[in-house]
Design a protein around this ligand. Structure first.
Ligand SMILES: Cc1cc2nc3c(=O)[nH]c(=O)nc-3n(C[C@H](O)[C@H](O)[C@H](O)COP(=O)(O)OP(=O)(O)OC[C@H]3O[C@@H](n4cnc5c(N)ncnc54)[C@H](O)[C@@H]3O)c2cc1C
Length: 621
């Protein structure tokens, strides 16, 4: 048996194998995969990923034994800090916890050096997820183990339900309640599987190693068919790389693990053989019904169940659901009640337009509530020939709920994404088309900003508000800062200081200068010390900086400053000297493209601020 890293999988210039290529070809993502592949793969865990592994009380691992062609997906639970990749400089993850002895992989003797593993660390609250593939390199007498890393890569926050640990398991001794083994799915297991909003999918091949990833959606997205012998789920749009489904094109034995996160902690591990069926090739009547209910499924993924283990109290922790992913296709039957009728549009910059929308019919008082700093989910009309079902997208609400007493009116600010379906459609609508554009309102959600408590989603009290709020934003990632400004100008709670860093390449991309400046005047009267810092990062930034400074001077705007160059540790320490003294009383809101996000994290921690103070939101998949 060879080890994956040694077999050339990680030749960075071409990381994709034939199975992945097959699906990339079908989906038309070969080009982007080629472009992105070498950029996303790391041979050791990069520093900017390491901080999020330790704080999790759970770690998801799939085991693949190439000799037996066997695969099991497992979950390891313990106190935060048990999984560590800091001490080995990212070459290993050391897991100071053992698998539950009742776990299928433990029973199958897969916890031993040489077994291929895929792992995923997920911070449910922030939806950050990083994946690590490698090989078990060491197991001690307590069952604690180390994984030698061959691949590490970040992954999108899409389809991840936000959850928090409501009660951390106190006695982490394994329970001895017996496990039920079966070859088909029983009633209890079926109810756990079909009410799940996430599951973990382990795959592997002898040549390319193991892989583990989350699959998520609205509860009910996983179906049990054929009297319990088949599990079926829709394949939604993802990053288009097809790492897991690519593996099953080459080697079909795969595994799933489900947990009843929010109640009993019951675990269900399933092993079976997996294949994919394109929409046009589905003939089975039960699967045709799934397709009907899942218009956004690109294809179906089908597992013929070979065996399962049903494990009482698998998770010692009890979690609590906070919010489903704004990317989830709508659950069946939750049809939209309101149209969102476009009222007017304003050009903010070359590529950003603000749209005001009004719900129709007018909701009954209190039936639709918009909290500050939230985003809205809208379904646009099906665009002929582009996407079979109405595209659903999410946009930050950049108006304040208090601007419109009935919460039935709101604004979004949309950047034109070249080649993007929804933003192009919105930007191209003529004034006449706007009123009759058939846009459906799917709801407000989220709590990304200083006013809402991230754990309850409710308005914070002034006392629980950190003294310093900092926005680290780039490009259209500045909309949450604009939303927060709208909220903070209207009402308390407010931080003592608010600093917004907003990076753009050039002035023509700067969308919200007026709003940044106007907020300065009002916040000064409200005793909030406020500063917005525009970072010009393009090649002509020195000239652009002079131009913008002149503009600000002419308009007597003193709360907005300009800098040339990217966000750096020096800039953070220069602009946040008071905050450096009270680093436990600071909160940063990070939003921008992936490259910016990781550079900003590095700059933030290098400046001495705690990485735990960062809350981030991603607009990308
Ligand atoms: C919380 C949040 C807040 C956001 N706020 C803003 C904002 O304030 N301003 C702004 O301009 N953008 C914002 N976005 C991004 C926005 O949702 C769109 O992605 C963006 O406008 C581009 O959309 P598009 O259709 O033009 O591009 P596309 O490339 O066509 O699609 C964009 C995204 O939708 C996904 N997608 C495409 N088809 C499907 C499908 N069938 N099912 C599921 N996903 C699919 C794509 O994978 C891609 O991730 C936000 C996103 C999130 C999650």
């Amino acid at each position: 048996m060879g080890l994956p890293g040694e077999l050339g999988l990680l030749k960075l210039e071409q990381p994709w194998h034939a199975g992945e290529r097959l699906l990339q070809g079908k989906q038309g993502t070969v080009h982007t995969s080629d472009e992105m592949g070498p950029r996303i793969y790391h041979k050791v865990i990069p520093e900017s990923y390491r901080d999020m592994v330790g704080p999790q009380p759970h770690f998801m691992v799939s085991f693949f034994d190439p000799d037996a062609n066997a695969c099991w997906s497992s979950l390891v639970f313990a106190r935060p800090g048990f999984a560590d990749c800091e001490t080995s400089d990212g070459t290993h993850i050391d897991v100071a916890a053992a698998l539950d002895p009742r776990d299928a992989a433990a029973v199958a003797g897969m916890m031993k050096p040489g077994i291929m593993v895929g792992a995923v660390a997920i911070d449910f609250m922030t939806r950050r997820r990083n994946r690590f593939n490698g090989v078990i390199s060491h197991v001690d007498q307590n069952g604690h183990f180390s994984i030698r890393i061959t691949q590490a890569f970040g992954n999108c926050p899409k389809y991840i339900t936000r959850r928090r640990v409501q009660r951390m398991g106190e006695n982490l001794e394994f329970v001895t309640e017996p496990v039920m083994e079966a070859s088909e799915i029983g009633a209890l297991e079926q109810s756990i599987i079909t009410s799940a909003d996430n599951m973990y999918f382990g795959t592997g091949t002898a040549e390319h190693g193991a892989d583990m990833n989350i699959r998520g959606g609205s509860p009910g997205f996983v179906r049990v068919l054929h009297s319990g012998s088949t599990i079926c789920w829709p394949d939604y749009t993802g990053n288009g790389f097809y790492m897991s489904l690519g593996n099953v094109q080459l080697q079909k034995n795969a595994s799933l693990v489900f947990v009843d996160w929010d109640a009993t902690g019951h675990g269900v591990q399933v092993a079976g053989s997996v294949h994919t069926i394109e929409r046009s090739e589905v003939v089975d009547t039960e699967m045709l019904k799934v397709l009907e209910e899942e218009p956004q499924a690109l294809r179906l993924v089908v597992m013929s169940v070979h065996g399962l283990r049903s494990i009482p109290r698998y998770s010692p922790h009890v979690y609590e659901k906070v919010e489903l992913s704004p990317y989830n296709p709508r659950a069946q039957g939750s049809g939209p009640e309101y149209l969102a009728v476009l009222q007017w549009v304003r050009q903010e910059s070359q590529e950003v337009r603000t749209f005001e929308l009004q719900l129709a019919p007018l909701p009954k008082p209190g039936s639709v509530v918009l909290k500050p700093e939230q985003h809205v989910r809208l379904a646009l009309p099906a665009l002929q020939g582009k996407e079979a079902s109405p595209p659903e997208r999410t946009w930050t609400v950049t108006s304040s709920p208090q601007w419109f007493a009935d919460h039935a009116r709101f604004q979004i600010s949309v950047k034109l994404k070249h080649g993007g379906l929804a933003s192009t459609w919105l930007h191209q609508l003529s004034r006449e088309e706007m009123k009759s554009a058939n846009i459906h309102f799917l709801g407000f959600s989220g709590e990304f900003g200083p006013q809402l408590d991230p754990s309850s989603g409710e308005l914070r009290s002034q006392v629980s508000m950190p003294r310093h709020s900092v926005f680290l934003t780039a490009g259209i990632g500045s909309t949450p800062a604009v939303a927060a400004l709208a909220a903070l100008v209207e009402s308390a709670p407010r931080p003592e200081t608010l600093t917004i860093f907003s990076s753009v390449r050039e002035i023509s991309e700067l969308a919200f200068l007026q709003r940044l400046a106007e907020a300065g005047r009002t916040l000064a009267q409200l005793s909030v010390s406020y500063r917005a810092v525009i970072l010009l990062t393009g090649s002509d930034s020195a000239n652009e900086m002079k131009k913008l400074e002149m503009m600000l001077k002419q308009n007597s705007i003193s709360s907005v400053q300009v800098e040339a160059g990217r966000l750096s540790t020096k800039l953070l320490t220069d602009y946040l000297p008071e905050a450096m003294q009270v680093s436990e009383n600071i909160e940063a809101f990070l939003c921008g493209p992936a490259g910016f996000e990781s550079a900003a994290r590095d700059a933030w921690t290098a400046a001495g601020f705690p990485s735990s103070a960062i809350r981030s939101e991603s607009f990308a998949y």
